[in-house]
Design a protein around this ligand. Structure first.
Ligand code: ATP
Length: 476
């Protein structure tokens, strides 16, 4: 974790850093690498964005550097933000002037003034993000760590540089960022810092939904996403930003019968799926798979607690949740809806005798997402009873084997019935009417039930046979 000045210099050995030193010398400006890039050197994490703070004008520094580097450098200036980016070969560096910020209560847009390096470090969110490395020639590689960020990195602690009530109230997004870093890095949030999040939680209302969704996505993409959701719950943010999920908590018990806590069950499923895949949307599906349960919860004297139809109710809730949380309303949402809607199907199958017909229907409904659905369902087995768990897993293996066999034989995935509605109308001289629909779905059912093979001729003959029973005659 500790690096000597010489070792640290090694991380700034690219030509561009020598050019920064020389340019800074010429302009008489102090320059420091700061923030995530410096933190990630010590954490040995790959990091792409390099931020450089200039005590003076970041834009002037970037423009002078661009000139010095010549035609291989590309400089973009963002006047409104007072920043500039220099791209040189594969390296991108963002230059910004050191600033002092003061905040008003109703906005996370501060009043910005020019400041010193110290001012700039004071406005950072966490001590581990406030480390700076000097890039000026005579102090090249010197670490400036006014808040014991290195110690906190070593001890895996998230702590604000200043009084946390000020840091969080100034910019409440930092509460989400803190929980996100704790999840991504598997760090602890220091006690006072965490208590302050709980105290300031209501301030989250001034943060845009898009920013919150960004942080939730980063929590979900972490190795153990449950860490973040437990923290969000413990500090009280969860019920403000995601009430449907917070609602899943709690256990009711009647006549000695209790159901499981659906929130903690969901988090277990989420961590299980996170071990298998990086796919963000399957992780969202895991998070939302039981979201309909609180609405569907009933007590039935014979059966105990039931959640009938929670998959369909959950599926219907997804568009509203996505809209409210500013998540994409596109095919990603449709995918999550499909996974939530279908997640009981393989389980029902695995509980029963696995028939070809049921497997074909599942394959027809899931299409190309069948493998993801099977993975989600396997992740959903959180039973502590090992024998029961093994029984389910074995049955899922059987379902997977049947899926493979039937796929080879019948090509059901993305299957379109071999005879279209138009062909049916043409064959019998019909206009669109319910008989056409009935014939079409009876052909589909016959194929899915294995009565006829998935082939044109068999389907045509079957249609004629069915039509005869409906007193329809072919016109040719
Ligand atoms: P990641 O790239 O994973 O988001 P990062 O730490 O690089 O992590 P950025 O959002 O790129 O995060 O921010 C770069 C640096 O800017 C941070 O390390 C931190 O010092 C500072 N920073 C970013 N956002 C804030 C904020 N809301 N409040 C205070 N400081 C911030």
């Amino acid at each position: 974790m500790q690096l000597t000045k010489e070792e640290l210099k090694g991380y700034f050995s690219d030509d561009i850093f020598a050019a920064i030193s020389e340019t800074a010398e010429k302009l008489g400006l102090e320059c420091y690498a700061v923030g995530g890039y410096v933190r990630d050197i010590f954490l040995k994490r790959p990091s792409k964005d390099i931020d450089v703070v200039v005590v003076g004008s970041g834009i002037a520094m970037a423009q002078a550097l661009g000139k010095r580097l010549g035609r291989h450098a590309h400089v973009s200036v963002f006047k409104n933000f007072g920043t500039a980016q220099v791209k040189y070969h594969k390296i991108e560096i963002e230059f910004v002037g050191a600033r002092r910020e003061s905040y008003q209560r109703d906005s996370r847009k501060p009043i910005v003034e020019n400041g010193t390096l110290e001012d700039d470090q004071n406005r950072r969110d966490f001590t581990i993000n406030a480390l700076a490395v000097c890039l000026n020639a005579e102090r090249f590689g010197e670490l400036i760590d006014p808040f014991n960020g290195m110690e906190n990195l070593k001890d895996k602690i998230i702590r604000t540089p200043l009084d946390p009530d000020i840091t969080f109230s100034d910019d409440p997004l930092r509460m989400m960022r803190g929980i996100r870093f704790a999840t991504q890095l598997n760090f602890q949030i220091e006690e006072e810092t965490f208590e302050s999040i709980a105290r300031n939680k209501e301030r989250i209302e001034i943060i845009s939904k898009e920013r919150i969704a960004d942080e939730l996505n980063k929590i979900l993409a972490s190795p153990v996403p449950s860490i973040g959701f437990v923290l969000l719950d413990q500090c009280g943010l969860l019920s403000l930003i995601f009430p449907e999920l917070a609602n899943m908590q709690g256990v009711d018990s009647r006549n000695g019968k209790a159901h499981k806590d659906n929130f903690y069950h969901t988090l277990e499923v989420l961590d299980n799926i996170a071990k298998h895949t990086d796919n963000l949307w399957i992780r969202w599906s895991a998070l939302l798979h039981d979201i309909g349960k609180p609405v569907c919860k009933r007590w039935e004297p014979k059966a105990g607690w039931t959640f009938h139809n929670h998959n369909f109710v959950g599926e219907k809730m997804i568009p509203n949740i996505f809209r409210k949380m500013k998540l994409p309303m596109n095919e990603k949402m449709k995918y999550v809806q499909k996974m939530v809607g279908l997640h009981m199907r393989p389980i029902v199958l695995a509980e029963d005798i696995v028939t070809d017909s049921a497997v074909r229907r599942l394959l027809f409904d899931a299409g190309d997402d069948i493998d993801d659905l099977m993975s989600l369902c396997e992740a959903d087995i959180t039973s502590k009873n090992e024998i029961r768990k093994q029984k389910f897993l074995d049955n899922f293996q059987l379902v997977r084997q049947k899926l493979r066999d039937l796929e080879e034989k019948d090509r059901i995935r993305n299957f379109q019935p071999p005879i279209s509605g138009e062909e049916i109308m043409e064959a019998f001289g019909l206009r669109p009417c319910k008989e056409v629909g009935a014939l079409k779905s009876s052909i589909k059912d016959a194929i899915l039930d294995g009565v006829i093979p998935n082939e044109y001729e068999a389907a045509y003959n079957y249609m004629i046979e069915k039509a005869e029973k409906m007193k329809l005659k072919p016109i040719k």
